[in-house]
Write a protein that binds this ligand. Structure first.
Ligand SMILES: [Zn+2]
Length: 503
């Protein structure tokens, strides 16, 4: 009886916290989609107020006592894998994360990074790293301080990585990336020696309204529920969830690049399918969303690439696209379309990278972050180190720092440890795909017929419905029967691009 009452109160606080968090997400979504430019000042204040209220509620003495109480009275009697036990352990983890960091540090860091973001934007516009340099130096110092609130650790990068990929260790990422470095640059090199694939037809004029209707139709066909979700336009595509019954994503449309809406749309749809697939009983609790950035990215990548850049997918969907844009595509075959969407080309910019080059952009950032934090590299030497690695991994040298070291927002926000999750997502996407094929048979056969329910159903059953209840690496183990691996992705790349480029 006592435990039940404590648990009820504990959950009531968690629901309140979730309401504050999702209200803030609605404000953030609106800011990126419909808010007029001059609303920004008031909006920042509104979001900051909700964040402060959430922080106060979560770190309140009552919350601490409730967790302690449930650990003493609940955990000894509950099945360790029950929702109750897992919930208490998860909230304890988040609670320790927040309370170990002094309020003074949080305030100073928030002030520093909000200034740094403004300066970074200007530095990038002017391609002038020196403007941003003093801010980045201070950020690296403060990130080191942050890691030390979680000492002892094996590697200073471990506590940072943990913020985005719970439980993941630097040594694991290093081993995975080492394997990628052994195989992926070599594949790229061989592709570059072959005749290039033509994708000029993707750059004809495509009516934006028709593009929008097309992607909406495609994602609805695949399984995104428009009664429980929306699609809008924004400068930077993203996905956000206010509840399992209200999941939104955005797309960006370029009138002279059809691949933008297709790849971006299917990518965000992957994130959104995951959020819509969480068991409704978890809605409003810390279980009610995807488990980690890496696992989330595995789903956006799986739908964007393994599905949306496959020959079988376009066997079904190319005629649909061709009917929408008959003039543009009258001289194009499904095979041309498939190959055009898979053109490989090293670029300076991470977000424009194809499947064969993407991980290399990430490994470069991972190595530089570690070198900065361990003092092997000074911020002043960062642009040169960046360009050197670009040359080594991708064979290209950025013409200036805007297209090099200044291109990403992450460091200006203090987000160290974030980048690896993009590559982990890539690796996982192929590993999960392989496990799915073991269970379902030839996945191409489904896609060629436009049948996506078997794929979506498998992912829902093995991954989506669990939300954030288990640890990310437990989810990987449960879904695929093994720990995270690099080889399935590298095998997939070599087979696919070996065929396209005739290697
Ligand atoms: Zn993503």
């Amino acid at each position: 009886m006592e435990v039940t009452k404590t648990l009820d109160r504990f959950k009531a606080l968690l629901y309140q916290l979730n309401d504050l968090r999702t209200a803030s997400s609605v404000l953030g979504w609106d800011q990126e989609t419909y808010m007029p430019p001059k609303g920004v000042e008031a909006r920042s204040r509104q979001i900051a107020t909700l964040a402060r209220m959430g922080h106060e509620l979560f770190t309140s003495p009552e919350m601490g006592e409730l967790i302690q109480n449930l650990e003493d009275t609940g955990l000894p009697q509950w099945d360790p894998d029950s929702d109750e036990a897992r919930l208490v352990r998860l909230v304890r983890y988040y609670y320790d994360k927040q309370t170990k960091v002094p309020g003074d540090w949080v305030q100073a860091f928030s002030k520093l990074t909000s200034e740094a973001r403004v300066v970074w934007r200007e530095a990038r516009a002017r391609a002038d790293f020196n403007l941003f340099r003093p801010y980045l130096e201070r950020i690296v110092d403060m990130v080191r301080e942050y890691a030390n609130f979680f000492a002892p650790y094996v590697h200073i990068y471990d506590p940072l990585l943990d913020n985005y990929e719970r439980g993941m260790k630097t040594a694991q990422v290093r081993a995975l990336f080492q394997r990628v470095r052994e195989r992926q640059p070599r594949l790229l090199q061989r592709i570059l020696e072959r005749p290039q694939v033509d994708n000029a037809f993707l750059h004809r004029y495509y009516d934006p309204q028709k593009q929008r209707e097309l992607i909406q139709r495609m994602v609805a066909h695949i399984g995104f529920d428009l009664e429980r979700g929306r699609i809008d336009l924004s400068t930077h595509p993203f996905t956000t969830s206010f509840s399992v019954n209200d999941v939104r994503f955005t797309i960006r449309i370029k009138e002279n690049d059809l691949s933008e809406v297709l790849s971006g749309g299917l990518h965000e749809m992957g994130h959104a399918l995951y959020e819509q697939g969480v068991d409704p009983k978890y809605d409003g609790l810390p279980f009610g969303h995807g488990v980690s950035l890496g696992v989330h990215e595995s789903q956006s990548r799986l739908w964007e690439n393994l599905v949306g850049r496959s020959r079988a997918f376009w066997a079904y969907f190319f005629p649909v696209v061709q009917r929408v844009f008959p003039e543009n595509l009258k001289d194009i075959t499904p095979e041309d379309f498939y190959r055009g969407l898979n053109r490989v080309e090293p670029s300076f910019i991470r977000v424009e990278a194809d499947e064969v080059t993407y991980n290399l952009h990430i490994i470069l950032r991972f190595e530089l972050e570690i070198a900065l934090l361990t003092d092997e590299l000074q911020v002043a030497d960062l642009p040169a180190a960046w360009n050197e690695k670009m040359k080594a991994y991708l064979g290209v040298t950025p013409p200036d720092d805007a297209k090099g070291v200044l291109q990403d927002i992450h460091w200006s926000q203090g987000s160290f440890g974030y980048f690896p999750t993009y590559a982990l997502g890539n690796l996982l996407s192929a590993q999960i795909w392989r496990a799915m094929a073991r269970d379902l048979g030839n996945l191409d056969d489904f896609m060629r017929k436009g049948e996506f329910q078997p794929l979506l159903g498998w992912l829902q059953e093995r991954i989506y419905r669990h939300g954030n209840k288990f640890e990310p690496q437990e989810i990987v183990q449960m879904a695929t029967g093994e720990t995270i691996q690099a080889d399935p992705y590298l095998d997939y790349l070599e087979a696919k691009y070996g065929d396209i480029y005739g290697l």
